[in-house]
Design a protein. Structure first.
Length: 184
């Protein structure tokens, strides 16, 4: 898992990468995390396959390490009491080399006619008391959808035509439902 976007409607914006992930966990536990945080796993925890013999020896790319890294900030959010007012998006930065039977839609083209924007599908986990339980979205979302979510939640103008045309993951939420319990 590579990118996490956490929302807490009470503070500001911050990007947290790699070695600072421990600091991010402490902040979640103390309820001082900013309104929007991007968490990005550094190489040993990113689940990307190792590129060199040294990375293999170091144990890089192990899914168990990546899974533990993924679970830690979620657990910290729950333990820190933020669950009632948070949306967490967990997404990968690429398709992982696996076959996908669905061809990506060709929505935009470069001037030479090659595809731009969508590629192979990547998973996105949506965790929130207002996320639809056991829901699988069939909408064409992209990483732009996370930006559009921010624009919608905070009443911000669209950054560009792409965010303006996106639904911001709206199909993944039901804000009228009884809030779901935190993940166990």
């Amino acid at each position: 898992m590579d990118v996490w976007l956490l929302f807490n409607r009470s503070e500001s914006f911050r990007f947290i990468q790699g070695p600072r992930r421990g600091c991010a966990r402490r902040r979640h536990s103390s309820l001082t995390e900013p309104t929007v945080s991007w968490l990005y796993a550094d190489t040993p925890l990113s689940e990307h396959p190792p590129d060199t013999p040294a990375e293999v020896k170091a144990g890089n790319g192990k899914v168990t390490k990546g899974s533990a890294w993924t679970a830690a900030p979620v657990a910290a959010v729950v333990k820190g009491g933020l669950w009632p007012k948070v949306a967490i998006f967990g997404t990968w930065d690429d398709w992982g080399g696996w076959y996908d039977h669905v061809n990506p839609p060709l929505l935009e083209k470069w001037t030479d006619g090659t595809q731009f924007r969508y590629g192979g599908r990547v998973p996105c986990l949506v965790l929130s008391p207002y996320a639809k339980g056991s829901f699988i979205s069939h909408a064409a979302h992209s990483h732009v959808s996370l930006l559009r979510f921010c624009e919608n939640v905070f009443g911000l103008p669209s950054l560009n035509a792409r965010t303006g045309a996106d639904d911001g993951m709206a199909d993944c939420f039901d804000f009228k439902q009884k809030p779901l319990p935190p993940p166990a």
